[in-house]
Design a protein around this ligand. Structure first.
Ligand code: T1G
Length: 697
């Protein structure tokens, strides 16, 4: 393996190249190579200036996250950057790709910064439950306005080269795309102009008033909702504003080391790697996906239009079929609105919007128009009969090799595939509403689905900017099956003594955007009601069925759309208010069932909710529906709003301890020993003293 850092000297310019694919992460070898080269160059009387740049596609994209959690190795990055900053030879960071985290901190410790026009810059440590721990919180506010520094550090968002130049983060945007040559030319100009070192730490922090700082802290604290890192970022920034540089650097280090010990940090780094690992499955390793350029969508409702929008934004040609002109017109309007939203958000240019609407998208009433489609996705009514009819027709119309996909959220893909002569081409592509916004895509693999069709589902997901997760066939696949389980547990919790309002409060305090009953009111209680009626014939008589939701529906209360559900909704008011009549319905059911309600703390409620989620997830992994626990985590994080800083239900289970979860389940069994059956995998892992993460490979 060649050295990750090499230096050449050309006409008095020491050029240090960092070459540690894929993203030039600051591994121990890179750190030691970098500081050795800087020391050697600074001691070389023939060297007038030093240029540091990254080989390959990017400058340094940060510390090597793979080293986190392992014993830290010298040289540590903070003193390395400070030593580099103090050299007497002017240093230039030549930036391209994404200069992120420790990479941007290394650039901030350089005296000057030049970048390609396509370069981007960020301090995303907060997305890992950390803060910039190598001087970023101390040097950035010395280079750009404090408020902007606060925004970059607490959001982790990247900025482009033009904004970086305007802010003063970089000194120049280079012409062309040869960052090495641009760095050398910039250094030569420095030497000609007689410019020496310009250490960032010698610059004062940009001005900010204490009121402005207080307002920044208040805003960040409110938005943090349980996250520790953003608040620590502000504490470090306050040190930059109020302390001498070295003291601020010490304070930053203290705060960084505190965050390194937190469960939030280990959860968010778990998510970082899990989101990259979830697409790596043996069955598609080395399997080429089929070419997809024309996509057919059947059904122009919310889901179908969202899927069409997502495909259009991915650059695919889309034909959307509806049953009549009016429905087709509505679909066209919905897709147009979705794309206009993308234009407003800066995700799509107006010119691109016009081009899409002119010749990349059209509607039809005739499935015959799908004869040349590479992929057809149906998003019709959730009825097996309707879907089987659609697939029978598609089988006769579509060309050989075309992929036929169902967006069903729980129906059996094997039964749908059986309506075709090409079961190997049939797959489930379960999008989440709104499909052009939600990142999760469940690729549901039926018994006969071909590996290259599975690979095509993953490739489509990546092209759409989504995260695809492989699911086997079962009722509800991964996400909805788990949601059905924890909804039953929550209904049991309400029967046992909690109110729907206690539950929603506890879930929101846990970090979910909304509690289960608020979500149900928003989605429409009639949808869940129809589902429960569908499942009723198969309901096991031993199930302790909670009826209060059905009773509320029988009163014609379907949630927001009818003005009443679990909550009462008044015109012009955002949220709903608790409804005493709902509490009465629940009290009557408890009485009829002979249940004496018990007091429940928020923690009691969360313990039950999470035990149900973890137990069903353990079943799903044990049955092979999800390949690994990380697949469940990624599903719940990207499709169901599970708090990212908790890492997902399986990561959370490892954090609280599987033995505790199992013991909780055994306690609840006394109330309902039908629902609370421990999953075999959970019992096995507890018996072996193992964690779910031990199954992630
Ligand atoms: N360390 C180790 N591996 C990394 C890495 C990193 N910083 N960044 C990416 N990888 C791996 C990734 O796991 C994947 O591996 C491959 O590179 C391609 O990544 C002291 C403490 C740079 C925008 O948070 O945002 O600096 O799956 O699929 O879509 O204050 O990677 O191929 O085996 O994401 O083109 C701060 C994280 C670290 C940046 C490229 N830096 N990376 O996106 O490729 S903490 C970050 C990214 C820090 C200092 C602190 C993205 C990217 P594999 P990829 P991509």
């Amino acid at each position: 393996m060649s050295a990750p850092v090499i230096m050449t000297v050309e006409n008095g310019i020491a050029v240090i190249e960092i070459n540690n694919p894929p993203v030039n992460a600051l591994s121990q070898a890179v750190r030691s190579g970098l500081i050795e080269c800087v020391r050697e160059a600074d001691a070389d009387g023939a060297v007038d200036a030093i240029v540091i740049y990254g080989a390959g596609r990017t400058f340094i994209a940060g510390a090597d996250i793979k080293e986190f959690g392992k014993p830290p190795q010298e040289p540590h990055l903070p003193p390395l950057i400070s030593e580099m900053e103090a050299v007497s030879t002017p240093t230039v960071a030549a930036l391209h790709g994404t200069a992120l985290g420790g990479g941007l901190e290394t650039a901030l410790g350089s005296h000057y910064r030049i970048a390609l026009a396509s370069a981007r810059f960020g301090l995303p440590e907060v997305k890992l439950g950390l803060l910039p721990g190598a001087g970023g919180t101390q040097r950035l506010p010395r280079v750009i306005p404090v408020a902007k520094a606060a925004d970059m550090i607490t959001s982790g968002a990247m900025i482009g080269a033009k904004e970086a130049l305007d802010l003063g983060l970089i000194d120049e945007i280079a012409e062309g795309d040869d960052i090495r040559a641009a760095g050398i030319a910039f250094a030569q100009d420095l030497v000609k102009a007689g410019k020496g070192p310009r250490p960032t730490n010698a610059r004062p922090c940009n001005p900010v008033t204490s009121d402005e700082m207080a307002a920044i802290r208040a805003k960040v604290t409110k938005a943090a909702r349980g996250l520790m890192a953003p608040v620590s970022c502000i504490t470090a920034l306050e040190a930059a504003v109020s302390m001498p540089f070295e003291d601020g650097l010490k304070r930053e280090r203290e705060l960084f080391m505190e965050l390194m010990q937190t469960d939030q940090r280990s959860a968010m780094i778990h998510v970082f790697f899990a989101e990259r690992k979830v697409g790596k499955i043996a069955e598609i390793e080395g399997v080429a996906p089929r070419d997809i350029s024309q996509v057919g969508v059947i059904g122009g409702g919310t889901m179908g239009s969202g899927i069409a929008t997502s495909a259009l934004l991915a650059g695919l040609e889309v034909i959307l079929a509806e049953r009549d002109d009016a429905a087709a017109a509505r679909a066209l309007e919905t897709v147009g609105k979705n794309l206009s939203g993308a234009v407003k958000r800066g995700k799509l240019s107006q010119a691109k919007y016009d081009a899409i609407m002119a010749d990349q998208f059209r509607t039809t009433l005739d499935y015959a128009d799908f004869s040349n489609a590479d992929l057809v996705i149906e998003a019709v009514f959730e009825s097996m009969e309707v879907k089987q009819d659609v697939f029978g027709k598609l089988d006769a119309i579509c060309k050989p090799g075309a992929i036929l996909a169902s967006n069903t959220s729980y129906l059996n893909i094997n039964d749908i595939a059986a309506m075709t002569k090409r079961p190997q081409d049939v797959v489930g592509l379960h999008f989440f509403s709104p499909a052009h916004v939600m990142k999760l895509l469940e690729v549901v693999v039926a018994d006969k689905t071909a590996p290259d069709v599975v690979a095509s589902g993953f490739a489509l997901g990546k092209r759409m900017g989504k995260i695809a997760v492989r699911s086997g066939v079962c009722d509800g696949f991964i996400g909805n099956r788990i949601m059905n389980a924890y909804a039953k547990a929550i209904n049991g919790t309400v029967l046992a003594g909690a109110s729907p309002y206690d539950v929603d409060r506890a879930m929101e305090n846990f970090g979910l955007a909304m509690g289960l009953f608020s979500v149900a009111d928003l989605a429409g209680l009639d949808i869940g009601w129809a589902n429960r009626k569908r499942m009723a014939p198969n309901r096991d008589p031993r199930e302790r069925y909670a009826e209060f939701a059905d009773k509320i529906c029988e009163l014609g209360r379907y949630g927001r759309k009818t003005g009443r559900g679990f909550y009462v909704y008044e015109e012009g008011k955002r949220g709903g208010t608790p409804d005493p009549e709902v509490l009465e319905v629940i009290a009557q059911e408890r009485a009829a069932k002979g249940i004496q309600p018990t007091e429940m703390s928020d923690q009691d409620i969360i313990d039950r909710y999470m035990a149900a989620m973890i137990n069903e997830a353990a079943r799903i992994v044990g049955e092979g529906i999800a390949q690994r626990p990380l697949d469940v985590d990624i599903t719940l994080l990207n499709g169901y709003g599970f708090p990212r800083w908790r890492g997902g239900p399986m990561q959370y289970a490892d954090t609280v301890g599987l033995e505790k979860v199992l013991n909780d389940i055994k306690t609840y069994q006394k109330e309902d020993d039908y629902f609370w059956q421990p999953a075999p995998l959970l019992e096995q892992l507890v018996a072996e003293g193992k964690t779910f993460s031990s199954l992630n490979g």
